[in-house]
Design a protein around this ligand. Structure first.
Ligand SMILES: [Zn+2]
Length: 375
């Protein structure tokens, strides 16, 4: 099995601002931890330096008007109708180089896509990608350019059938919307319910329209959901749909903001639940383009994506984090010593009310969606 890791330190030239929760340093920490464990030196691994996407790649999804605005905003100043298109102080700030950073992130996703689609290997990981909220003509939820959509568009143009699985705590609304009326792409999003979390969508009754009816799947979890209920619902729904659909390639958004100690969300997963899901995705995905996503506790991000990369490569890691990494990482605000930590510090495993609610959602999906999804 061959795998590719796409990355560049150039990401660190950009900054959403001192108070913004999306901190670029989490990418550096992840890369350093993966390197410290020796996971980039494996003979089966290709390290690919990120190359910017070309402007024409972005037009497969985004409008020209919006792309022009992003280019103008690249200087770091507010222009024209920026507010109307989602840019401005708050979630989607205008900072110097925001368009350049978007080209880098999207370029990495396209490199991951091409690596897998060309048959150079089975799995590729772009930890900077997964910016799933960006809309055709609007920035949203820290996302300017929707790299998952642009990556999937590239796969479709190459004649591939794609299943998209999104395990970020937030609904993958931009990706769902882009493919809501087609059966060429099966989108499955597991997230905290829109009743309590941005973007307020992703209810089970959003199932696609027209030819796409049955090809959008949503598992909205109540706040407080922990590993057992989450993994149970995943097992009830995702494997059967993937087997029925038989995608050529699975694209995943692997947000790490579902954990009990994430500052922005209300789910209560642990790294153990995350690892179980990652192992199941590996079983299910014949070829796999893995993208990053949210994650606002940077210690969790570095450890979970390192674990994810180990799963992708079939490697078991030792629980003690490499000393060399810990010394440097401390300077960046990383204070953990263990890869997974102690399971007894994880949240209670069963919440009865949440289980009853998810049993209802799973029944709904089995009734409305299972009969529709075909190869
Ligand atoms: Zn998120």
């Amino acid at each position: 099995m061959k795998t590719a890791f796409v990355y560049t330190d150039d990401y660190l030239d950009y900054d959403y601002g001192p108070t913004h929760p999306l901190r670029i340093v989490r990418l550096k920490l992840t890369y350093d931890l993966i390197g410290a464990y020796g996971l980039l030196a494996l003979s089966s691994v290709q390290s690919i330096p990120t190359v910017k996407a070309e402007e024409k790649d972005l037009t497969s999804f985004h409008s020209e008007e919006y792309l022009n605005l992003l280019k103008q905003a690249n200087g770091g100043r507010l222009t024209g109708n920026a507010y109307c298109l989602g840019l401005g102080p708050g979630d989607n700030p205008i900072f110097p180089g925001l368009y350049d950073l978007s080209l880098l992130v999207t370029g990495a996703t396209l490199q991951a896509v091409d690596f897998v689609a060309d048959g150079k290997g089975e799995i590729a990981f772009n930890i900077a990608g997964g910016l799933h909220h960006a809309m055709k003509s609007r920035a949203s939820g820290f996302c300017y350019i929707n790299d998952p959509v642009i990556g999937i568009m590239r796969l479709l143009s190459r004649g591939k059938k794609v299943a998209y699985i999104d395990i970020d705590a937030h609904h993958g609304d931009g990706v769902q919307k882009a493919f809501y009326e087609t059966h060429q792409v099966l989108t499955i999003s597991l997230h905290e319910t829109g009743y309590t979390l941005f973007p307020g969508t992703g209810f089970e009754y959003e199932i696609g329209e027209g030819e796409g009816e049955g090809y959008a799947v949503n598992l909205p979890f109540p706040p407080g959901t922990s590993d057992d209920v989450y993994v149970w619902a995943f097992e009830e729904v995702v494997p059967e749909l993937i087997h029925a659909f038989q995608p050529d390639i699975v694209v995943t958004q692997l947000g790490v903001d579902t954990f009990y100690d994430d500052p922005l969300t209300n789910l209560r997963l642990s790294i153990f639940g995350y690892e179980r899901i990652l192992k199941r995705i590996k079983d299910l995905a014949p070829r796999w383009v893995a993208l990053g996503g949210g994650g606002y506790n940077i210690s969790n991000v570095a450890r979970a994506w390192t674990l994810a990369w180990a799963v992708m490569n079939g490697i078991e890691l030792k629980e003690d984090l490499p000393e060399s990494f810990c010394r440097e990482a401390e300077k960046m605000g990383f204070n953990e010593r263990k890869l997974r930590g102690n399971p007894t510090t994880s949240p209670d495993s069963v919440n009865e009310e949440n289980r009853v609610e998810m049993e209802r959602v799973v029944r709904y999906i089995k009734e409305k969606i299972f009969p529709k999804v075909r190869h």
